[in-house]
Design a protein around this ligand. Structure first.
Ligand SMILES: [Zn+2]
Length: 324
């Protein structure tokens, strides 16, 4: 696994910001293409710029993305691509493909633009949260990728002088919004989550009683029924939503067979795997423990060499089963 760690360093040396379709992402794809050739894979790109290292019929794919958020970490996405290439090198006869999708962080754009789909897809990815670290588990098998619903709830009040208006004569929109924020947090029963991450206060002046507040809600749950329940409990009208998708079929069975004791968890973040699963491809995801409290999308992102080695072994064994 030393080679995997070295390659992650090489990718990170391109830059901690490799935006989708930027010269930095191009450079990362170039590096990966060289590693694919070393692993005796045939390199090809599709119209969207996704990179494929194929061998034989290649009906089984594994991979992730090489773009990053600004000031990102060295594992998000990159680990899944490097580990897929490594697995392909360790299975020199296996007909499979290692894939690097374009622009995951700003879409996902590449995986959404796929014109041809595989029979099975496995994505290895860091957890990007603290669940496995807290459980003392190196690896987890994703059972579903959470559905998301977003919307804005607006509270109306009346602007008044902050000095001359008695407390019992006010109609303070921000006080109503504050009670709602607490209500939102109370509605989410694990593993569902609900967040208020943005407020717009009008007129947003320290000496004026707030007249109007718009509260942005983000709700996520592992299946459609629980997402509907959460949205109803919060009481908002989603203006944007993403269907939850279940991991399924031979890829999930292969991971479960290889790691019979690994815990199941729901991914709260979307991934390329979500796009492929939603398109009907039997898909599974293997999560590697994120250290530093699950820090991600930051340079504090960390996974241990031992955990990465276990994950690489499990991915290789699962792919070996899938191509049989
Ligand atoms: Zn990612």
């Amino acid at each position: 696994m030393t080679r995997v760690l070295e390659r992650l360093d090489e990718l990170y040396a391109i830059g901690a910001h490799r935006a989708g379709y930027s010269p930095q992402e191009d450079a990362a794809h170039e590096l990966a293409a060289g590693w694919m050739r070393e692993a005796r894979l045939d390199v090809a790109r599709d119209e969207a710029g996704n990179l494929f290292g194929r061998r034989g019929a290649a009906r089984v794919w594994s991979g992730s993305h090489l773009d990053s958020v600004p000031n990102g970490g060295r594992f998000d996405g990159a680990l899944g691509v490097v580990a897929a290439i490594e697995a392909a090198a360790r299975l020199p006869e296996a007909p499979l493909a290692a894939v690097a999708f374009r622009a995951e962080e700003t879409g996902p754009m590449g995986s959404r633009a796929l014109k041809a789909l595989p029979d099975a897809f496995v994505e290895l990815h860091i957890e990007q949260g603290p669940v496995l670290e807290r459980a003392g588990e190196p690896l987890g098998i994703v059972s579903a990728i959470a559905g998301q619903a977003r919307g804005v709830v607006t509270f109306e009040g009346r602007a008044d002088h902050a000095g001359t208006t008695p407390m019992d004569a006010r109609d303070d929109a921000l006080l109503k919004a504050a009670r709602f924020v607490v209500h939102v947090a109370g509605c989410a029963r694990p593993p569902a989550v609900a967040t208020v991450g943005a407020l717009e206060v009008e007129p947003n002046a320290s000496n004026v009683v707030p007249a109007r507040v718009a509260v942005a809600v983000d709700a996520r749950a592992p299946d459609a029924a629980r997402l509907d329940e959460l949205v109803a409990a919060i009481g908002f009208e989603p203006t944007w939503s993403l269907e939850p998708v279940a991991m399924s079929g031979p890829p999930l069975e292969a991971l479960r067979a290889v790691l019979p004791n690994a815990p199941s968890l729901v991914s709260g973040a979307g991934h390329d795997a979500m796009v492929l699963a939603a398109a009907g491809v039997p898909t599974a995801m293997l999560f590697v423990r994120s250290l530093n409290g699950g820090a991600s999308h930051s340079p504090a992102e960390l996974s241990s060499p031992d955990d990465i080695e276990l994950a690489g072994d499990a991915l290789t064994a699962a792919l070996a089963r899938l191509v049989r």
